[in-house]
Design a protein around this ligand. Structure first.
Ligand code: PMP
Length: 435
């Protein structure tokens, strides 16, 4: 067995220099990092340069993350936890190393509270299946907001249908913030769970997580935070938040698709039954019954997405390299620029004017259907999203069937927003005259 620390360090050395190269001194310049994202330089639609403004759907990946995946498959592909050979040891070390990186990223007290999932959707379904279905009953209430993504609504509708628990909702005010007075009124001893989106993927609103959690605690309710849109752009601290669970997806924070995390308080996860049964999540199995593995394996049945977890660890490294405060500040600044420029176009209405907001900017253009607009700007190489954004109840609240959404991230430039504005102006002319 080779226990020489130097050879181990060499085997686990980061594969890409790009990920560790220091950033230039001085104020953050997105141009300095764009070279890390080869896809931002591709040409689309007859040689147009790409303006990628669909980051709330998924973010682009720096080369270091693609290299981390490649390196895993080329240098140490093996199943984790199971075998004693060298490759399995290397794979397990990297996989568990990624878990530790995520623990530190969330400032979680214990690595046993970090469960790898397929993404936010699976994390929420895990809590719905393994906790809510077994603990809620008729008369109990689940409190959500009117601005939930379907991922944090449909699982609770299924739980309510099967347990008799009732769904209640915190309304959304016209400026895109939550009606906190109504929140206080809807809380009661019957509230067993508060599940809310930290940042709305439609309105960009940053919800007052601490206040919401304190309110829920005052009536003894458990709390789940959907952090799909907040993990990519700000420091999260699950101990300061004091939530029971928090879910996010790797692909929205520069990591691979198909990997995400459910954080849970250890004592809460300990008290829960497993979600999926199978290999890896057991301790002792007889023909009749089984006992469960310790956390977090109890919730990780089957072969995990090893490369995905390693890629997510590399994404966490990359985010730390840029600095989460820098990312948040730059994204806020660019979102403000986007709102200012879009507001200057006659007939444009912006949805969501919360004072604290992220980079997702939803809007409508009078006389142009969102789908037509998305297709039109795509011809200019600009990627935006159009549709109900997986938030149909919120669309109803806003009184529209669909919206257009430009969502910016740390590598976007003001000039890309200028291109969007120019293209929208052309689209308005085009659809007015039909030429
Ligand atoms: N919640 C929010 C707020 C989201 O924006 C998304 C993704 N659009 C999800 C949940 C679901 O994430 P995933 O599809 O990665 O599971």
């Amino acid at each position: 067995m080779n226990n020489d620390p130097a050879s181990k360090a060499a085997a686990l050395a980061p594969p890409c220099v790009a990920a560790t190269a220091p950033l230039p001194e001085g104020p953050f310049d997105p141009r300095a990092i764009r070279k890390d994202f080869p896809i931002l330089n591709v040409t689309v639609r007859d040689g147009k340069s790409l303006a990628y403004l669909d980051n709330a759907a998924t973010t682009q990946k720096p080369a270091s993350i693609v290299c981390a995946l490649c390196d895993y498959y080329q240098a140490c592909n093996a199943n984790v936890h199971r075998s004693l050979h060298y490759l399995a040891e290397q794979a397990t070390e990297r996989f568990e190393g990624a878990r530790e990186k995520v623990r530190a990223f969330l400032h979680a007290p214990d690595v046993r509270g970090i469960v790898f999932t397929r993404g936010t959707t699976e994390g929420i379904n895990l809590v719905a299946g393994a906790w809510a279905r077994r603990n809620l009953k008729a008369g109990d209430e689940i409190l959500l907001t009117e601005m939930e993504h379907h991922s944090n609504l449909v699982p609770w509708q299924l739980v309510a249908r099967d347990t008799g628990a009732k769904l209640k909702f915190i309304p959304v005010l016209d400026d895109g913030t939550l009606d906190m007075a109504a929140f206080e009124r809807r809380l009661s001893k019957k509230t067993r769970l508060l599940a809310f989106v930290h940042i709305s993927n439609v309105l960009g609103t940053v919800n007052p997580a601490r206040r919401l959690i304190e309110g829920a605690r005052s009536v003894g309710a458990r709390v789940l935070v959907d952090a799909a849109q907040s993990a990519p752009n700000r420091k999260l601290d699950v101990q300061a938040l004091d939530c029971d669970w928090l879910a996010f997806s790797g692909h929205k924070m520069m990591g691979p698709t198909g990997i995400g995390v459910l954080y849970g308080k250890v004592e809460v996860l300990e008290a829960m039954d497993p979600f999926l049964g199978g290999g890896e999540m057991i301790n002792r199995v007889t023909l009749e019954e089984s006992t469960w593995a310790d956390l977090p394996q109890k919730f990780e049945a089957g072969t995990p997405h090893v490369s995905g977890a390693i890629g997510l660890g590399a994404a966490v490294d990359y985010l730390h390299r840029l600095g989460l405060d820098t990312i948040q500040r730059y994204e806020e600044q660019l979102a403000a620029y986007t709102i200012r420029r879009l507001s200057g176009i006659p007939g444009v209405r912006i949805f969501g004017r919360a004072p604290e907001r992220s980079g997702a900017v939803s809007f409508e253009v009078e006389g142009v259907h969102p789908h037509d607009l998305a297709q039109y700007v795509d011809r200019d190489g600009i990627a935006i999203r159009a549709g109900h954004m997986c938030a149909q109840p919120l669309m109803r609240r806003l009184g529209v069937p669909a919206v257009s959404r430009a969502s910016v991230y740390v590598y976007n430039l003001e000039e890309e927003i200028d291109r969007l504005v120019e293209s929208i102006l052309k689209a308005k002319e085009f659809f007015r005259h039909g030429t």
